[in-house]
Design a protein around this ligand. Sequence first.
Ligand code: 9MR
Length: 369
Amino acid sequence: MKRIILLGLMALAVSNVAAQKSNSLKKAFQNKFYIGTAMNLEQIHGTDTKSVEIIKKQFSSIVSENCMKSMYLQPQEGKFFFDDADKFVEFGEKNKMFIIGHTLIWHSQAPDWFFVDKDGKNVSPGVLKQRMKNHITTVVSRYKGRVKGWDVVNEAIMEDGSYRKSKFYEILGEEFIPLAFKYAQEADPNAELYYNDYNEWHPGKVKTVTQLVKDLKSKGIRIDGVGMQAHVGMDTPSINEYEKAILAYAKTGVKVNITELEISALPSPWGTSANVSDKVAYDEKMNPYKNGLPKDVQTQWENRYQDFFKLFLKQKNNIRRVTLWGVTDNQSWKNDFPIKGRTDYPLLFDRQFNAKPVVEKLIKLAETK
Ligand code: 9MR
């Protein structure tokens, strides 16, 4: 009788170990790459307790979805607001996470004052350099040694490979990118520094971004990674195109971060733009799954996630981190982009805070690869 109980207990212990091994993304991927999520304000301040539980259990890395953008950190010249960002960094430290700051230099969500003088005219190159330096130095030094990686420059290149005609570009030309990296490096020599962009599998972008990495390196300026935002759809881009881009970036000697990952289950009026100013009017036909995904679409969506993760696992030596752009479907920006007011299903946790079946499948994939 005793032996039977003992055997029973042993079996229970073994199955517990097995369950433990496979009960979170964080554990399953720990020897592959960091697996992260973006955090919004409710999560950072702990009011969304259910999401916070998921984040602690499932993810090994976090990035600020909005609160470290320059319009929030420095709404007026010289007047910094750090309350949200401080909380975000504290959360990451407390939970031993790899903390990412997003983003230092981005044309969008930069405060208007950044580029103009008191008469509203563009400032001189010298003034803009000073403002960039002050912003980057103040922010990066505050979190020195704590924020482990920075999206230094975000979305500066267009799909055809040309430079985006942003205010930074208009006033400083291409030079604004090496300058931003130099200022960040000076402020925290040990932080990883990244260039981050969407549609970076596009051949035109691949060409210019790889050249950019080479140019920075030849100037003796450090760049550690390219962040490939992964705001992808059901068909575009192809896994093959995506892999080619990963290999091209890796060949320049940097790591690839898969950033801002989510897979929209909805029809798209165009490819996979993540340019926040590209919006399309609401159309009932474009919002077909208000009450849930039909089984066939659900299966197709799960397969698409698995195909991407198979690629990430295959390329794990080139990939440092895979970060989801949010936790639950209802929190995703995709419900309002590119068409406002739709019901999308792009993330790994549903509107009731439950892990979707795909989570278990991704865990299994990680454990068998
Ligand atoms: O998810 C972010 C959303 O909440 C903001 O309203 C939006 C505008 O700042 O930015 C979203 O995140 C963007 C990211 O910072 C950069 N790449 C594209 C993302 C989606 O627009």
